[in-house]
Design a protein around this ligand. Sequence first.
Ligand code: NAD
Length: 341
Amino acid sequence: MPDSNSSPYRLAIIGCGKRAREHMVGVLADNRIQICSLADTIPESATQFAADFSLDVPVYSRYQELLEKEKPDVVIVTLWTNLHLPVFRDCAAAGVKAVLSEKPMSARWNECREMARIAEESGSILTFCHQRRFASGNLLARELIRDGRFGTIQRMDLFSFRHLLDCGTHTVDQALSFNNETPANWVQGVVDISETIEWFDVRAESMALGFIHFDNGVQATFRVGSRDMDMWSGVRIFGDKGFLEVGWDGDYRHCHIYNEPDWKPPVVEAVPGEQMIGVIKNAIDCLETGEEPELSYRKALRASEILFALYESARRRSAVELPINPNIGNPLFDLLDHPQG
Ligand SMILES: NC(=O)c1ccc[n+]([C@@H]2O[C@H](COP(=O)([O-])OP(=O)(O)OC[C@H]3O[C@@H](n4cnc5c(N)ncnc54)[C@H](O)[C@@H]3O)[C@@H](O)[C@H]2O)c1
């Protein structure tokens, strides 16, 4: 455990479930952090969590009480999707300097924007856990793309497990990171709602298909939870000199440079825990330097807008231009509630 006397940042965790345990990999690796408290509506979950990580810290069933009494500098929010906005709002009001939230931002577009607005107004750092940006294979892919190894990027094929919002956010975030964070300007989407699912309290489609056009002319297809996919999660990038397939976690599959048939990408060895270590280290670094975090809400907002634009396109049965109406909620919910329009 980091030495509490020399660790300047008091960190609290709200929601002591599965994802909180993953975040601990990064927390324990950063000696600038002192864990000050835990909150979970099921107190046994928090006490078990404390015991498993040998933490001798206060445990709260109401996170509001934790914020009031402990005054943490940093809060990790590992809660189901609909709680991300209200808990961030309370953290910002309590003066928390950095909130590291789980993805997706929210189940509704207007709520994503509200989170961004609160972050702007309060100056609180707000990040969303698209941790795969820190996979060494993804870092290398970004470097190869930046160095022009595949030439000018023209197309991408995007793949994700079901569903568009919960898992698709990782794929769209990965695509944006490969495409120099370039925003999209129009999309077209279709959803299969003959069967629906409910994950983390959010209703969703069983399959989705999309087309995304980016400002720099790059075009992408997007398959989500589809049958007969040739890749389950990740991005295939096509440039005018070659192509590369990268899985979510930075694992390389097929790749080719057209005029160098013997070329192979450098071998990268993923370091255990590298993704979550990167998440925490980068957020704390940015708290100290004032730089934009790699997982900033601004980047998450860009990915979220594409996802909600695809839902809006499915609802309207037409292509949709970005930026989308800032007041829309979740167009898929409208479609599920009124399937005939
Ligand atoms: N980044 C990733 O790769 C990834 C992977 C899986 C899930 N997720 C996201 O992580 C989030 C959490 O998922 P999880 O698997 O950890 O869920 P979980 O159910 O394992 O944990 C959530 C915990 O929050 C507690 N809780 C509920 N309401 C609370 C409240 N008001 N105050 C305090 N505690 C409360 C629950 O008792 C539970 O212990 C979801 O939004 C999900 O989309 C992200």
